[in-house]
Design a protein around this ligand. Structure first.
Ligand SMILES: [Ca+2]
Ligand SMILES: [Ca+2]
Ligand SMILES: [Ca+2]
Length: 357
């Protein structure tokens, strides 16, 4: 999100030219006895070339756009219709995370706002459940710090709907460091003010910069591709991999399209390609591990790896989740599988991705 503002960039470029100009001027003032000699001229030119190369490098570094903290993709084709499930109609264009929120991103969040973990953003199972581990908590309350265990590009789990919307508030507020209060996690995209259960009337605020996708947003990003743009006849695929065929679950095969992290009909886990469950085995894959299996809009892992929260309120006490996980069969990746869970629950099958305007 950091950018060099145009005025700053212009000032920098001006400074570079001033430096080059002054170098040239100074070299022109070199004593005439040297300037007269061809070898000294060559030396000066060589020195200038070196200085210009260095300045060019510094200019490139100063003006490069840094990678954003969360990579987003645009979901266009506004005002599309739903499919026969009644889901997936979104009247506006929006952004959604290209990937699930990762352990590295969630650990950065914890390090910023959970030195004292007032509202339970950390769950000790994040370290002790070896199937998903995770994130370690170090130190004592008031001074907690957090470190990623293993590959930080795997998705975060054991995050409740409330943990996820607090993460959205933190992004909305510019990723501040401090106690869990109105300026960090409790206000912004959502008004929480300490609520950690129930809260089914809570919706994202007007002007929110990040949020948990609505069920329709999540569904559209996952399954939509207009027939006129190469999609299925009803504009929606059955799986989030631009396919109506059940995916495979293998990384690095010769035909890598239509794969995801879930359990195949013979119960094979993706990571081990075995049906034997091992409590010491980590079953998550780094986000984007199935490079040719993106949705039409360019999202990865909407099917499998971890279930993802959405904003739907279901059966009077739950929020929605979709997409299946590393521990679930393939039908849960499909558009026909609608699922729900208490928004207060932390679970090793469930993570999230964010959306935005
Ligand atoms: Ca929690
Ligand atoms: Ca279809
Ligand atoms: Ca997923």
């Amino acid at each position: 999100m950091r950018r060099i503002f145009p005025s700053k960039r212009t000032a920098f470029i001006a400074m570079v030219f001033a430096l080059v100009a002054s170098t040239l001027l100074l070299s022109g003032l070199t004593p005439s006895v040297d300037a007269a000699s061809p070898s000294s001229s060559a030396r000066i030119i060589k020195k200038l070339k070196k200085q210009i190369a260095t300045l060019k490098k510094q200019l490139a570094a100063a003006t490069a756009t840094p990678a954003p903290f969360i990579e987003m993709v645009t979901v266009g084709n506004a005002a599309n219709a739903a499919d026969s499930t009644t889901y997936g109609a979104v009247p506006y264009e929006f952004q959604i995370g290209k990937y699930q929120v990762t352990l590295a991103q969630y650990a950065a969040f914890l390090n910023a706002v959970a030195a004292t973990d007032t509202f339970g953003l950390y769950n000790e199972n994040m370290a002790t459940d070896l199937n998903i581990a995770g994130i370690a908590q170090i130190g004592v309350s008031g001074n907690f710090s957090y470190s990623v265990i293993g590959d930080g590009e795997r998705p975060a789990t054991y995050v409740s709907w409330f943990d996820a919307v607090r993460f959205c508030n933190w992004l909305h507020n510019g990723r501040p460091t401090g106690a869990q209060d109105a300026g960090t996690t409790e206000r912004g995209a959502y008004t929480l003010d300490g609520v950690t259960s129930g809260g089914l009337t809570i919706t994202r605020n007007p002007g929110a910069k990040f949020w948990i996708p609505s069920e329709d947003e999540w569904y559209k990003a996952s399954y939509h591709q207009p027939a006129g743009q190469g999609g299925d006849s009803d504009d929606f695929w059955l799986y989030p991999t631009k396919s109506n065929d059940a995916p495979g679950n293998t990384i690095g095969v010769a035909t890598p399209s239509n794969h995801a992290n879930f359990r195949t009909p013979n119960n094979f886990f993706s990571v081990t390609q075995s049906a034997n469950y091992d409590s010491n085995q980590n079953y998550l894959t780094a986000v984007g591990s199935y490079p040719d299996s993106a949705s039409f809009y360019g999202t990865y892992d909407q099917g499998g790896n971890v279930f993802e929260w959405n904003d739907a309120v279901i059966s009077s006490s739950n929020r929605g989740r979709r997409g299946g996980s590393w521990g679930d069969p393939g039908d849960r990746l499909s558009s026909s599988f609608r699922d729900e869970m208490s928004p207060a629950n932390d679970d090793n099958l469930v993570g999230f991705r964010v959306a935005g305007p």
